[in-house]
Design a protein around this ligand. Sequence first.
Ligand code: NDP
Length: 479
Amino acid sequence: MGDASAATPPVENLVVIGSGPAGYTAALYAARANLSPLLITGFQSGGIPGGQLMTTTHVENYPGFPDGILGPELMDRMKAQALRWGTRLLECDVERVELGQRPLRLFTSEGATIETQAVILATGASANRLNLPQEGRFWSRGISACAICDGATPQFRQEELAVVGGGDSACEEAVYLTKYGSRVHLIVRGDRLRASAAMADRVLANPSITVHWNREVVDVHAADETGVSDPDQAGEDEAPWLAALTLRDRSSGASERLAVRGLFYAIGHTPNTALVRGQLELDGRGYLVTRPGRPETGIEGVFAAGDVADAEWRQGITAAASGCQAALAAERWLAHHDLAIPVERQPVDPEPVRQPVRTAVSDAANFDPEALWQKGSYALRRLYHECPRPLLVVYTSPSCGPCHVLKPQLKRVLEELGGRAQGVEIDIEADPEIAQQAGVSGTPTVHLFLNRELRQQWRGVKQRREFMAAIEGLLTVPA
Ligand code: NDP
């Protein structure tokens, strides 16, 4: 939470929905205008908190960072800046809105009803899927929508991998995956890359990337459907791993097989506007319609910022700029209608932001059998054998934004349990053998053990209460 001393008004001045660059910038401006904004981060619907920059690596075109900055780190900084000036955070989804009455009403996934005078919609956009006939069968078993999250998975090491798409995301992911795969195939449906020239040049100059022009992916297959034996198939009962794609040449119509162990989607995004469908005007592609060049929507006091209303530019910096515009417009609108209740910040100049403390990898010298949270294979071995309590093991990879979101949630669960459960983090890039043994096929993956027995596992970002309920279930039932 931000400044806890700021009193919560019965009706909020301004709620910002979304925690990408647009949301945090809007909240920062509104907080500095003494509006004490409430920012609802979004959690599972429409991607992860922090937005699309959480699933990118180096952002090289955000001004002010001449050497580039990692997407998750940039989002951490924006969040810290918004909080420092008094933004209050709610980490959940907005499930329903009622915009046809005053005050406006929002209903959250935590069961709360929030009334507000103004709202800024900054819900961003979600990654698209190809919806191939056998996609469900291989989802997380070779197919992924996030190369940056899942690329370090052991099953992809030194294997041939494919990325679909021709935009900046596809190019970035193709280059990133050359770190892990033996070759990366970029499947482009047209005869040119849509990506920025700098990105496209990097791909075309990379000898580990083969571009397949005018190709579409028709379906995905297991090894047994390709006549190839599968060395990674542990047992007959285990679901198969992706082994090949069928591609179709869009010019000639001819089909071909391409043997790959990974398929990564980077085929654009769909705006997250389901929340307001039927209440606000959307264009043919589902983007929010605003006044031309401005953040106002068709309803007074409802503003839009970022990718949710931007079919054209969709950059971190343009999203941030539109968040600023939306906050200034909301502030003026609230003042004009005399609706805002200003909340004075105390102290006037907030404390500087403190840098987060990183957990050191445990070894024989610093291992603590009672510590709530430790890192590395040494701690896992010790805790797996010796820990008498529920043990959460989270598998992460260094640039994985969703891991970045999930770790503090898990730490909070362990803190709230006050030592009745412990946690250990395994970086699958540093410890690939452990990840392989554990059958980890992407990050973040969380395993819950009790007495060396795997009791539950989760993939991706989940709500804190899911972990809490599972651990409490183990604490109440005799082992
Ligand atoms: P884009 O919409 O820019 O590109 C999507 C790509 O996927 C296009 O090449 C499109 O093909 C292709 N595609 C769409 N549907 C299909 C399909 N069904 N089958 C095959 N291919 C398909 O999305 P991005 O996610 O790449 O980028 C979104 C925005 O984010 C852009 O504005 C981009 O500049 C920005 N971005 C910037 C980065 C940076 O600067 N560091 C990094 C990543 C993104 P076609 O070209 O034929 O339409």
